[in-house]
Design a protein around this ligand. Structure first.
Ligand code: RP5
Length: 157
């Protein structure tokens, strides 16, 4: 396992599927687990502290509302943490966006767009690719496909 995908609630499952999809596309194995910073804080700490022994290199944390999951995880690890603010609240995810992105100095969370779990997956791939040439090559192909798609779109205009 290289990536640990954490969800603040089982209700976040669908919105976090994108991260799983992106990592699967690149053949990366990952954990996919519900752990709440508010409801099960001790389980979060235990999971994060034991992650290196399971081979985890990157965390992806998705949570909505007053989202503290990514920040708490970042507080307990030296591994990179990617935060995915999730919609679904009365504030449509703006609450989670600010909670996730506005981390104080020294405790970073690389925050993607509201519901941007696919990009979180791609960002994790890019981090892992720094030490993995095969993955780095797959990323070059991934980027090339995006160029092809733009060219196709233009041809159809
Ligand atoms: C957050 O509160 C979760 O990440 C979820 O997005 C939101 C609502 O959680 P549930 O009440 O559905 O468990 O902690």
């Amino acid at each position: 396992m290289s990536v640990s995908i954490l969800l603040g609630s089982a209700s976040d499952k669908e919105k976090m599927q994108g991260a799983l999809n992106a990592l699967t596309e690149f053949g990366i194995s990952c954990e996919f687990k519900v752990l709440s910073a508010h409801r099960s804080p001790h389980l979060v700490v235990e999971h994060v502290e034991t992650a290196p022994s399971r081979g985890i290199k990157v965390f992806i944390c998705g949570a909505g509302m007053a989202a503290h999951l990514a920040g708490v995880v970042s507080g307990h690890t030296t591994l990179p943490v990617i935060g995915v603010p999730l919609s679904g609240s009365a504030l449509n995810g703006h609450d989670a966006l600010l909670s996730t992105v506005q981390m104080p100095k020294g405790v970073p969370v690389a925050t993607v767009a509201i519901d941007g779990s696919y990009n979180a997956g791609i960002l994790a791939v890019q981090m892992l690719a720094l030490a993995d040439e095969t993955l780095a090559k797959k990323l070059v192909d991934f980027k090339a496909d995006q160029v092809k798609n733009i060219e196709k779109a233009n041809a159809l205009l």
